[in-house]
Structure formats: structure tokens, C-alpha cells
Design a protein around this ligand. Structure first.
Ligand code: SAM
Length: 311
């Protein structure tokens, strides 16, 4: 897979040493205008005006989806979704961790801790964290698997992955590789190569979720497990109303103040409501081949951890 072509108009500059990855033939890209050639006399904005704005790692070409899909509450052409999601995460990357703490009152840390405990990760294991962004899970897995193990922090989005890479290298995580990949295909990864695959707050952004689940199944070793941490459907109706009020009013306002981007946080609230509920996601995992699937509701079902095994 070529990783040299995904570029936000502003890239996170990094002073950290480049790492060589067994999955990459070249280092992660930085700062080169990609997707479009800027010609003489043309402004960067003009050059960037054409669609697609970001060249992303290749997605799946399946017949799982129709011509249109949802982006939050909007209906858009299916092929546009990855671009729109890319815009959201390029926009929020630098403020992502701060916003997570503020929006969830720090509770996302407990949700992630719960998922990590459920993962059963052990020393010497191979772990893939998909849509791993700024690396909250990968950082802990790096410690848990130890020197004999290996973690891959993977994301479709260069800006998010750059933040994660800088953070983990600063923390001395020497057993982690950083790989741009689309969850729908997981192209850089061979079949049967990981003991544990995780995706935390990533799946709802993926256009073709069935293709992504099949790819996760493919890269897991027999006996391996998948953990999906994701927003879900609150189980208690009055709580649900309060939660709606908070999500659709407070989140966009906080997004505006902190990240100067209310639209991305409106998308966040809408995408949560459009995501399959607990039972539907469990069935989708079973259809992809996972066995012994179960889920655990957290904070009254605001979030759920789904688990499934490749046996
Ligand atoms: N896992 C991190 C966490 O729990 O904090 C980051 C979650 S963030 C809400 C969602 C991430 O999903 C973003 O980094 C985004 O770039 C990534 N993403 C969206 N679509 C993706 C796709 N098709 N393949 C891989 N990553 C994707």
C-alpha cells in the first residue's frame, strides 16, 4: 500500500526520529502537498479545491452498500463519506485529547480501561489497534505486551496518527509501529497475524462496517479476539433524553470554543445516533465469522464493548 499520498493542508510537524515498520516500505509522509499538484500562479486553496481533498488508504469495493449512505444525519454519496470523515479528524486532531477529556468528564479513560481489562492481553502478544488515533489504547498495550510483544497503532488519518506517533515515541514505546490503513481493507496486514484486534470509537466512522469486520476477522490469528469499544444505545429512556440534550447542544458549543469547529462535534453527536445498536452490532460480528460474541454496556449503554473470537 502506498502511504505517500494522504495529506491534510496542514500537517503536524514532528521532530521525532522516524521508525521503520515491517508494514511500511517508507516512512510516514509529512508536509508535501498530496492529492493535487499545485501549478504556478495557483493558490494552495485553489489547488486543494478539487475533490478528493485527501487521498486515503484504499477502502473496500463491496456490494454491501448502496449509492448513498449517511454522514451523521445527512445523506451523501457513499464514496464521499471517507473524505468527509477525514475532514473531521484532520480538523480536530490537535485538540482531540483535550476535547475527549472535557466532553466525557474524563470518563472515556474508564471506558478504555474496562476494554483493556476485557482484552486479556498478555506479554509477547501481537496487537493491532485500528482507528487508534492518538494512541490511548496502544500506549497501554505497548506496556502490557512488553519487549517480546508488538503493537501496531493504525489509522486512516495522517493527522491523528502523527499525534499518536509523537505521543507514544515521547513515552518511550519502542515496540509500536504506526501504519496508515483503512479499516475496511486493512491492506498492509497479512492474514492470521494478530492475537488481539481493537477498535475504539472508530467503527461508527467507517463507511462499510461489514467489510471492516471481515478484514478484522482476516487479520486475527485463530484463537484471537476482537474488541470494539463504541458509543451505543442508552438502555434507560429518560436518561437517553438528557443525553440527547447534552450531545446536541453542549458538544457543538464546546467544539466551537475549544477546537473552533462546531460542525465536527455536531457530526460526532449525529454519528453516535446513526451507529448500530448493541444487538445489531453483535449480529454483524457474527455474520463476519466471529464466535462467542457478547457485549458489555457501560454508563447505561452510552458506550458498549463488544467482544468476539476467531475460533
Ligand atoms: N481510537 C481513538 C480513541 O479511542 O480515542 C481515536 C478514535 S477517533 C473518535 C476515530 C478515529 O477513527 C479517527 O482517528 C479516524 O481517523 C479513524 N477512522 C475513521 N475512519 C476510518 C477508517 N475507515 N479506517 C481507519 N480509521 C478510521
Amino acid at each position: 500500500m502506498s502511504n505517500d499520498n494522504q495529506n491534510p493542508t496542514t500537517t503536524t510537524s514532528t521532530t521525532t526520529e522516524k521508525k521503520t515498520s515491517p508494514f511500511l516500505t517508507e516512512s510516514l509522509p509529512e508536509g508535501i502537498a498530496q492529492g493535487q499538484q499545485q501549478t504556478l500562479g495557483q493558490t494552495a486553496n485553489e489547488a486543494a479545491g478539487s475533490i478528493p481533498k485527501y487521498n486515503l488508504p484504499r477502502g473496500a469495493k463491496t456490494n454491501n452498500l448502496g449509492e448513498t449512505t449517511h454522514f451523521g444525519y445527512k445523506t451523501i454519496n457513499t464514496e464521499e463519506k471517507a473524505q468527509k470523515v477525514a475532514e473531521v479528524f484532520h480538523s480536530v486532531a490537535s485538540k482531540y485529547d483535550l476535547m475527549n477529556d472535557l466532553m466525557s468528564f474524563g470518563i472515556h479513560r474508564l471506558w478504555k480501561r474496562y476494554a483493556i481489562n476485557l482484552s486479556g492481553v498478555r506479554r509477547g502478544q501481537q496487537v493491532l489497534d485500528i482507528a487508534g488515533g492518538t494512541g490511548d489504547l496502544a500506549k497501554v498495550f505497548s506496556r502490557e505486551v512488553g519487549e517480546t510483544g508488538h503493537v501496531v497503532l493504525s489509522d486512516i488519518n495522517e493527522s491523528m496518527l502523527n499525534v499518536g506517533r509523537d505521543r507514544l515515541l515521547d513515552a518511550g514505546c519502542s515496540n509500536v509501529d504506526f501504519v496508515l490503513a483503512n479499516a475496511e481493507t486493512l491492506e498492509p496486514f497479512a492474514d492470521n497475524s494478530f492475537d488481539l484486534v481493537t477498535i475504539s470509537f472508530g467503527l461508527r466512522n467507517v463507511t462499510d462496517k461489514d467489510a471492516a469486520l471481515q478484514s478484522m476477522f482476516r487479520v486475527l490469528k485463530p484463537g484471537g479476539r476482537l474488541l470494539i469499544l463504541e458509543f451505543s444505545k442508552p438502555v434507560f429512556e429518560p436518561f437517553s433524553k438528557l443525553y440527547d440534550l447534552y450531545s446536541f447542544t453542549a458538544l457543538p458549543i464546546m467544539g466551537k470554543i475549544i477546537a473552533n469547529d462546531s460542525e465536527s462535534y455536531r457530526y460526532l453527536a449525529e454519528s453516535i445516533r446513526m451507529h448500530p445498536d448493541q444487538g445489531t452490532l453483535k449480529s454483524m460480528m457474527q455474520n463476519a465469522g466471529f464466535q462467542n460474541c457478547d457485549y458489555h454496556n457501560l454508563t447505561g449503554g452510552i458506550v458498549a464493548v463488544h467482544r468476539g473470537f476467531k475460533l
